[in-house]
Write a protein that binds this ligand. Structure first.
Ligand code: AMP
Ligand code: ZN
Length: 467
């Protein structure tokens, strides 16, 4: 199995440190708000990789951290006049609710920064002892000039980084690239006691401390979105390897951005859809299939049309699976499927083994559907064991690895039907208004309101919200 390693810039044979064990750490959310489907892409794709490693009989230990103290959380707590722990609790709960709805398998561990302050302090103390960190008026910084490998992940040299990097300027630093391990508390901010006075940990150090505590000093896979390569992951390497003297992570995997109109979907640009909004209109299976149909390293330009087409694809797969099950219950000694199922399995695995080429693996499933659908729909009775084998493969691939078959297998699935019906009513209402038939227009709006669906008329047309 080959995995592209950001560290070497090429595909490498996957050889875990202690097979069949695999340790996998993913940088998780900062819990200050609902997450958007750009974040969702990283959560879903890492979930699919983990599931595929399990399919390959690896014994995977998967950790995803929750950043529950950070500038954005503090800002929200000030704006809302509530404690930062309340903000973090609210959005941690929302995060768990949403990833569950997205069919993301629960991680083995969700370590939180605020529950690892002691480990973080110990790690910073080790870095100080090794002369890799220095204190400056209550802040502690990592001294990048003392770590020879700095820049090896992002492939940048120190002098290039210094001239071009968007790094925090701070007079207390010896070098602009030095980054905070510990931040002195400002008035009114939450803080913890430490040998350097009251303060809180920097963002990068939490991942080093928690990954090393829960998965060991050296792990197999560390992942996150492309935006984390520099500085976050570069800094994690410097801290962890500086302290332990061992390689921190063997394989570094990074996910391409979800873009919208060619721009990265992000909170700050305001061009985002929360996972919740999308799940009001579409199934988790539709969104998962949308992500699977693009290679994880490339950008994915989101559009409603693409999602609609993924929704139709997901319906097709679910309906096929349901029909297989139906035929199984009423078949006896009929003909077997006229296909070589092993050839499909081999192609599926070959695609997944080639750096998780999910678009190709999905194409193999659609090809299987195409090659068997005629027999499945037209023949009265099919061979039981042949049906069972196809069902078994669909379960292992489309359910267990991809999570793209709806669990309501007993009914034909029409994901997105609600959305289509609401849009139909909106269009009828718009026409009614154009005809000056306001009685009908109001009847539609009031009827939808009674069902908990509110309409909003704007310049770009009418949008709706499900309350
Ligand atoms: P955050 O909560 O901003 O720290 O992000 C959580 C995860 O989502 C990180 O791994 C980010 O790299 C990733 N991420 C953020 N925005 C996007 C995007 N537009 N596309 C893909 N991944 C993203
Ligand atoms: Zn991290």
């Amino acid at each position: 199995m080959q995995i592209y390693n950001t560290l070497s810039g090429k595909k490498e044979e996957f050889e875990p440190l202690n097979p069949p064990d695999v340790t996998f750490y993913m940088c998780g959310p900062t819990v200050y708000d609902l997450f958007h489907i750009g974040n969702g892409r990283s959560f879903i794709m890492s979930d699919i990789f983990r599931r595929y490693l399990i399919y390959k009989n690896y014994n995977v230990k998967f950790a995803m951290n929750l950043t529950d103290i950070d500038d954005r959380i503090i800002q929200k707590s000030i704006d809302q006049k509530i404690g930062s722990d309340k903000v973090a609790d609210e959005f941690t709960k929302a995060f768990f609710d949403d990833i569950k709805k997205l069919k993301v398998k629960e991680a083995d561990i969700y370590p939180k920064a605020t529950e690892h302050i002691q480990e973080i302090i110990e790690l910073i103390k080790q870095l100080e002892l090794k002369n890799l960190a220095y204190e400056s008026n209550g802040d502690v910084f990592f001294d990048v000039s003392k770590f020879p490998g700095y820049g090896k992940l992002s492939g940048k040299k120190l002098d290039e980084l210094e001239s071009g990097a968007r790094v925090e300027v701070n007079d207390a630093k010896r070098n602009p690239l030095d980054f905070a391990l510990w931040k002195k508390a400002k008035a009114g901010e939450p803080f913890w006691e430490s040998p350097w006075g009251n303060g809180r940990p920097g963002w990068h150090i939490e991942c080093s401390a928690m990954s090393m505590k829960h998965l060991g000093e050296s792990i197999d896979i560390h992942g996150g979105g492309n935006d984390l390569i520099f500085p976050h992951h570069e800094n994690e390497i410097a801290q962890s390897e500086g302290a332990s003297g061992k390689q921190f992570a063997k394989y570094w995997m990074h996910f391409g951005f979800l873009n919208i109109n060619k721009e990265k979907m992000s909170k700050s640009l305001g061009n985002f859809f929360t996972a919740r909004e999308i799940l009001n209109r579409h199934s988790a299976e539709a969104l998962r299939l949308l992500f699977l149909q693009t290679h994880y390293r490339g950008p994915l330009n989101y559009s409603e049309d693409l999602l609609e087409s993924a929704a139709r694809g997901a319906e097709k797969i679910s309906n096929y699976y349901r029909l297989l099950k139906e035929k199984l219950s009423d078949s006896s000694e009929g003909k077997p499927f006229d296909i070589d199922l092993d050839a499909f399995k081999i192609k599926f695995e070959a695609a997944m083994d080639d750096d998780f080429n999910t678009p190709q693996a999905v194409a193999v499933l659609f090809d299987l559907i195409k090659s068997t659908n005629k027999q499945l729909t037209e023949e009265n009775s099919l061979n039981q064991s042949s049906l069972n084998e196809v069902l078994g493969f669909m379960k292992a691939s489309a359910i267990d690895v991809f999570g793209i078959i709806s669990e309501q297998e007993n009914q034909p699935v029409r994901s997105g039907l609600d959305d289509q019906l609401i849009r139909l009513l909106i269009n009828v209402r718009t026409e009614a208004k154009l005809d000056k038939n306001y009685t009908l227009a109001d009847k539609i709006r009031d009827g939808l309101t009674a069902l908990g669906i509110s309409l909003k008329d704007g310049k770009e047309g009418t949008t709706y919200n499900i309350n």
